[in-house]
Design a protein around this ligand. Structure first.
Ligand code: ADP
Length: 391
């Protein structure tokens, strides 16, 4: 059965088509700069990458081109072969604890939740509508980044704000990266069996750490928005909220100024004065750049703090899993994190840790907690959920 996994941003559309249940990738690609000049798209087919320029005025035009490419490249002979399309949606809040088939009611709810994810939910809806009108015989499924975190207890997801702010305005922790955390949890269940205690570190340009017990999320580091938790490429992570009114009074910042400051100008970028990519941070460290050294120390500290906190919360841990851009590709950062956990009995296997982008145990055999690199795959997770609902 052919299933398409789709991730729409405000000016982009990423896709991956699978033969399910074999999970074979047939084609994958990306439409970029939709609605902006110089738009283009690229796709990967049989190991070859093809890039084409195209005027993409809106998402519907991108979908039309995508469909034509599927036909031209003999991925499908007719659109009716596409049985399911899974759409990634960032914010499902407490309305969705799992992936669901798209209905009018579902679309309405995603729309209503746009105030919680003003950049992302509207973009996903544009994509869903475009695909529904062009690939109308397929079943459409929405997969929420927040759904996997819906198992958190109230005492975990509430902030100590007046309770009515939660009741009236939905101010609570929702978390993010749920599709990735779920994928890692499922991968570890296959490897390890169920009923394990996992600390999953999704560390890329966005970072979230999640405590998982018996396959369910107990706590996660991102909060009401993805700004919370550990230090990231351009986000602050946790900080004293009173800094915000202080800056408003001192510098006359508006709400939008603050939003930009804490989400786009902070983290690695803020500390170093412009470097947000961890590869550049690593290069800076090699050159003795003090700000890069400082940013890396702060980052490692923030990750270690969360792991320690979740170790206590879970009453011990069977495994720590590293995933996403940094987690999969930076042996140095993993080593620094694991070395900082020596008081918990974590020991690195330096030889095994010297690897990138593949599943590997990176702790030594006498480590009290096993540590793994587990490459994430959000697209296949979307495809699996879609397949389950469509078949
Ligand atoms: P996103 O959160 O946007 O999905 P990714 O998971 O792709 O991001 O992670 C991007 C981050 O991973 C960037 O900070 C990038 O520098 C980092 N990264 C990718 N490859 C490496 C590498 N070889 N060494 C260190 N960091 C890396």
């Amino acid at each position: 059965m052919k299933i398409l996994a789709v991730n729409c941003g405000s000016s982009s559309l990423k896709f991956q088509m699978y033969e399910m249940p074999e999970e074979k990738v047939l084609i994958s690609g990306n439409f970029e700069r939709i609605g902006i000049e110089n738009s283009f798209y690229s796709y990967k087919l049989n190991g070859e990458k093809i890039k084409k320029e195209a005027e993409l005025k809106n998402h519907a035009e991108a979908v039309k081109i995508l469909v034509q490419e599927l036909l031209d490249n003999n991925i499908v002979e007719s659109l009716d072969e596409i049985k399911g399309i899974g759409h990634r949606v960032v914010q499902g809040a407490d309305k969705f604890d799992k992936s669901v088939l798209v209905t009018d009611e579902v679309i309405k709810t995603i729309d209503e939740l746009s105030s919680l994810a003003p950049l992302h939910n509207p973009a996903a809806l544009v994509g869903i509508n475009a695909f529904m009108s062009i690939v109308s015989n397929a079943k459409h499924v929405v997969v929420f980044d927040t759904a996997f975190h819906q198992t958190m207890a109230r005492e975990t997801y509430l902030y100590a704000l007046p309770y009515e702010l939660y009741e009236k305005y939905g101010v609570r922790k929702y978390g993010a990266h749920g599709t990735s955390h779920k994928y890692i949890t499922k991968t570890m269940e296959k490897y390890y069996g169920e009923n394990k205690k996992l600390i999953v570190c999704h560390i890329g340009s966005g970072c979230s750490i999640t405590a998982v017990k018996d396959g369910k999320v107990v706590d996660t580091s991102m909060g009401f928005t993805p700004n919370a938790g550990v230090i990231m490429g351009t986000r602050t992570g946790d900080m004293d909220a009173s800094i915000i009114p202080y800056l408003i009074k001192k510098l006359g910042y508006s709400a939008d100024d603050i939003d930009r400051l804490i989400n786009k100008e902070s983290g690695f970028k803020g500390i170093t004065g412009g470097i947000s990519d961890s590869r550049d941070i690593e290069d800076g460290i090699k050159e003795g750049n003090e700000k890069c050294i400082l940013a890396q120390k702060m980052f490692v500290r923030s990750v270690v703090n969360y792991i320690a906190k979740y170790y206590v919360l879970l009453n011990g841990a069977d495994a720590i899993c590293f995933t996403a851009g940094i987690g999969e590709n930076s042996p140095e950062t993993r080593k620094e994190i694991m070395d900082s956990l020596s008081s918990l009995g974590v020991k690195v296997d330096d030889e095994a840790n010297n690897s990138r982008g593949k599943f590997v145990k990176v702790s030594s055999d006498d480590s009290k907690i096993e540590c793994f690199v587990v490459p994430t795959d959000e697209e296949v997770m979307i495809s699996r959920d879609t397949y389950e609902l469509v078949k």
